[in-house]
Design a protein around this ligand. Structure first.
Ligand SMILES: [Zn+2]
Ligand SMILES: [Zn+2]
Length: 271
């Protein structure tokens, strides 16, 4: 049975992130974090025409989340929802582009915790700790169903638990395996510390704790879990799955779990 509230992951990882959310006749792009060419290709791979995108939500300014913004936003005029400081940062880097007449997308400044609507889809951003100027994560609510995306955060807070406890579908960051990060020889020590800090990313074991906490408060609602934003050097899909498997086994309901790929889109999933 088709549903009118669905999501698709076009790509996820440190090289690029983009998620589509479809609610009724509206399709929202969460982070144009791939090249415009890749965004177009992968949207078409899941039967979405790029010109159908009229709304783009931005989490933060890291290139794996905004690298397609300039070109995609110019080619497909949209409303771009973004926090104030994030907007100022983007503007400081690309002022002439965004002020050019050809760039017809419009920036809409959003406030964390203040819900805004795209059609019947309710969208709320929540502040997170991450080493960016004003990073947020988003929850999408439509006709009583709830979908949350939790990536690029160094730690989980009670405020986030309140916001994400009642989700029916969740994208959760499993960025790195602790042992692989510690033994990694490519990254300097300071960078490893940053990744593991409260302003970095969630590890597999931290994600497992977050998942366990959410399930405890979720009253059996969660049906679909996507593990996402895996480090290509310091994690593997098997390690990420293994880290949450005992939590999923203990859950009162059956939860379908997939791992998002940096390259291959995950086709539409009903929320
Ligand atoms: Zn990222
Ligand atoms: Zn980031």
């Amino acid at each position: 049975m088709g549903s009118d509230f669905q999501f698709s992951v076009l790509g996820s990882g440190s090289k690029g992130n983009a998620i589509l959310i479809k609610a009724g006749n509206d399709t929202v792009l969460l982070d144009p974090g791939l090249s415009t060419k890749q965004l177009e290709l992968r949207m078409r791979a899941v039967d979405c025409e790029p010109s159908d995108i009229k709304h783009i939500c931005i989490t933060h300014e890291h290139s794996d989340h905004v690298q397609g913004l300039k070109v995609f936003g110019k080619r497909y005029p949209s409303k771009i929802y973004i926090t104030h400081n994030n907007y100022r940062w983007c503007l400081s880097k690309n002022e002439e582009v965004y002020k050019a007449a050809g760039f017809q997308s419009k920036f809409c400044i959003i406030e964390p915790k203040q819900t805004f609507k795209v059609g019947e889809l309710k969208i709320t951003a929540f502040r997170v700790n991450h080493d960016a100027v004003e990073p947020v994560v988003y929850r999408f609510d439509y006709k009583g169903k709830s979908f949350g995306v939790l990536t690029d955060l160094g730690e989980f807070s009670s405020e986030l638990l309140t916001a994400f406890a009642q989700v029916d579908a969740l994208i959760l960051e499993t960025n790195y395996d602790d042992d692989l990060l510690t033994s990694d020889t490519k990254r300097p020590f300071a960078l490893k510390q940053r990744i593991a800090s409260a302003y970095g990313h969630l590890s597999n074991s931290e994600a497992a704790k977050v998942l366990s906490t959410i399930i405890k408060h979720n009253q059996g609602r969660l049906e679909n879990l996507i593990l996402a934003h895996l480090s290509s050097d310091c994690n593997t899909p098997d390690l990420a799955r293994e880290a949450v498997s005992h939590i999923l086994q203990k859950a009162p309901q059956e939860i379908k779990c997939q791992v998002a790929s940096p390259i291959t889109p995950i086709d539409w999933i009903n929320v």
